[in-house]
Design a protein around this ligand. Structure first.
Ligand SMILES: O=C(O)[C@H](O)[C@@H](O)[C@H](O)[C@H](O)COP(=O)(O)O
Length: 253
């Protein structure tokens, strides 16, 4: 399925578009299944996603179930924690029940393998997935990319990219600090109903072209191709300016 590429003149307009996108996607999911299951990445994404969303009174946050596309193996209060980041930017501003936020187990942050196994069990339980031989299908997975084309904590050339029989795996030599992390695997990303990449700032213009236009399979982010779901790119113009084959379309959902 072709990606839906949207580009905006500023990161602020990207934030406004994401607010509209998530209001619509969550309303559709809640109508369909009574809840909205969404996974957040770390980095700059939470601040961009939450900027307008946190004040959106049309969203029924009580039906949201929040997960993490990847998480660092640190305490929840650590400044490196993606949970802390999403809590500060969004969760502390909206009425999502804490029981509906699935966090890494702090008791296991010193053993990334066990932390990944535990998170997968927590995730399957929260999603009500009793079929373990197929990946869970999130309503929405929100992803960033690194300058090396990584997404979540799936880094180019690393074995985690090829994991097919687990839905959460771990890494202890992450090229992006901190070194120990857990991450969703590609089968989960590709089973999502909606995947949205959020990239702004212009520094990733070249790698975005390699992913979106060239589909360079050496880059983990280029391997994200939902089997039946929709793939979106929310970019600013500084990031999308080199795209030729997949020129941005007018923002329409
Ligand atoms: O935990 C993490 O580090 C993120 O999940 C990571 O995958 C991030 O999304 C990219 O590195 C982009 O980060 P920036 O948006 O800050 O460049």
């Amino acid at each position: 399925m072709q990606p839906k590429v949207f580009s905006f003149s500023s990161a602020d307009q990207v934030a406004q578009a994401l607010d509209t996108f998530l209001e619509k996607a969550s309303a559709e999911a809640i109508r369909r299944s009574g809840r909205f299951t969404v996974a957040f990445s770390g980095g700059s994404l939470p601040a961009t996603v939450a900027k307008y969303l946190k004040d959106n009174k049309n969203v029924d946050f009580s039906k949201w179930f929040v997960f993490f596309s990847d998480e660092r193996c640190v305490e929840h209060t650590d400044s490196e924690s993606n949970y802390k980041l999403v809590k500060d930017e969004l969760l502390s501003h909206v009425p999502i029940p804490s029981a509906q936020v699935v966090k890494i187990s702090e008791a296991l942050v010193n053993d990334s393998k066990k932390a990944a196994e535990d998170y997968e069990l927590q995730m399957l339980k929260a999603l009500g997935c009793d079929v373990v031989n197929q990946p869970p299908a999130f309503d929405c997975i929100l992803l960033g990319i690194g300058p090396d084309g990584h997404t979540c904590s799936l880094f180019p050339g690393f074995s985690q990219v090829e994991v097919k029989d687990k839905w959460v795996t771990s890494i202890d030599d992450s090229p992006k600090p901190p070194p120990s992390r857990i991450t969703l695997t590609l089968p989960v990303l590709n089973h999502a109903k909606n995947v949205a990449f959020v990239v702004t700032g212009g520094s990733k213009c070249d790698v975005v072209k390699r992913i979106v236009d060239d589909c360079d399979q050496s880059l983990p982010a280029a391997r994200v191709a939902p089997l039946v779901g929709s793939l979106y790119w929310f970019l600013d113009d500084a990031t999308s300016k080199s795209l030729i084959a997949n020129k941005p379309a007018d923002f329409k959902l």
